[in-house]
Design a protein. Sequence first.
Length: 164
Amino acid sequence: MSNKEKIQVVSSFDVYKTEQDLSNEDRLLLMQARKSLESAYAPYSHFNVGAAILLENGETVIGNNQENAAYPSSLCAERVAIYYAGAKYPGVKIKSIAVTVKAQSQVINEPVTPCGACRQAIAEYETRYEQKIRIIMAGETGKIFISESIESLLPLMFNKKHLK
Ligand code: THU
């Protein structure tokens, strides 16, 4: 008899072949994320990331990566967008965030996925508003992944429930 047990964490994502296969709402949000690539400031990585957030009140906010000569002072697209949403529409729930990429030196043909810090920031807003946030992830071309919640990208997350 063993004195340990194993738990298994299962993450699932919907995978769409092309942008045309998405719902209108998701496709429009992804288009806004793509548009926001133009105002990314990425002179060091040459890796533009664009994000767009759809709120419950129908408004959208965008974000893109903003880099700094002191590299760690940079901020990713997803956090620029989600903090902008929190600043501009406090108390308004977030439905979805779309994120995409355009790099200077290569065509990214697989979905860009949020970094760990951005996952944590998205998790904060899920717990803040007690509503799952859908995450739409796309490359410049290729398949699109959709996660129904940050839970799939950040299993066993730390959140405010641990501070009680
Ligand atoms: N970046 C994002 O904006 N979001 C991500 O999900 C991954 C990485 C940015 C940070 C940096 O400006 C550049 O992409 C290269 O890492």
